[in-house]
Design a protein around this ligand. Structure first.
Ligand code: S3P
Length: 189
């Protein structure tokens, strides 16, 4: 997905009018969750939060260090604790949230979001495109692996992502287009 600048929109509905309290972007590595989240935040004027950033701030170490020093099991515990704190903090104001690629594939996180009544959107793309996007990004991703491992993990998780409230195909679209599609899909315009 490519990016182009987009300004705030004055035609979107407020959270209280729409009934949408939070938008949670889910999907595999390379899905564009953080960039679409930032674009949605600009359009809606809602704050944006990336769950991985919250984990890093709480831990005072990077995702890569957490995986290397403590392993994936501990990372998943930290991820769940960070999501619980985020859900617990949401007051009257709405928010846009991007999850890490594995978060929504954990049943405890998916049920937490469902109980909170948050709107989940699965950003989908063919696995070859996701892998290519990850290769182009400088970000260190402990679970990316080679194409074969990447594809196996993607296939394992896809059925979980499909449980999100809606699915947006992102292939061939830029970040702004996907953000506008999400706004329309949730009836926020
Ligand atoms: C992970 C994806 C990463 C990050 C961590 C684990 C995964 O987030 O949460 O490395 O399990 O797929 P992105 O999807 O933003 O890369």
């Amino acid at each position: 997905m490519s990016t182009r600048p987009g300004g705030p929109s004055d035609t979107t509905k407020s959270a209280s009018v729409s009934g949408v309290r939070a938008i949670v972007l889910v999907g595999f590595m390379g899905a564009g969750k953080s960039s679409v989240g930032a674009a949605l935040s600009r359009h809606l004027g809602w704050p944006f939060e990336d769950l991985d950033e919250r984990i890093q701030a709480r831990e005072q170490r990077s995702i890569e260090e957490i995986f290397r020093q403590s392993g994936e099991v501990v990372f998943r515990q930290l991820e769940h604790a960070a999501l619980c704190s985020l859900v617990g903090e949401l007051g009257a104001s709405a928010k846009v949230v991007a999850l890490g690629g594995g978060a929504f594939a954990q049943a405890n996180n998916a049920s937490l979001l469902q109980e909170a009544g948050w709107s989940t959107i699965f950003l989908d793309a063919p696995v070859e495109e996701l892998f290519r996007r990850c290769q182009q990004q400088p970000l260190e991703r402990p679970l990316r692996g080679d194409m074969k491992e990447f594809q196996r993990l993607y296939e394992d998780r896809r059925r979980c992502y499909l449980k999100a409230g809606s699915r947006i195909e992102t292939a061939g679209k830029d970040v702004e287009e996907v953000a506008v599609e999400a706004i329309n899909r949730l009836g926020l315009r």
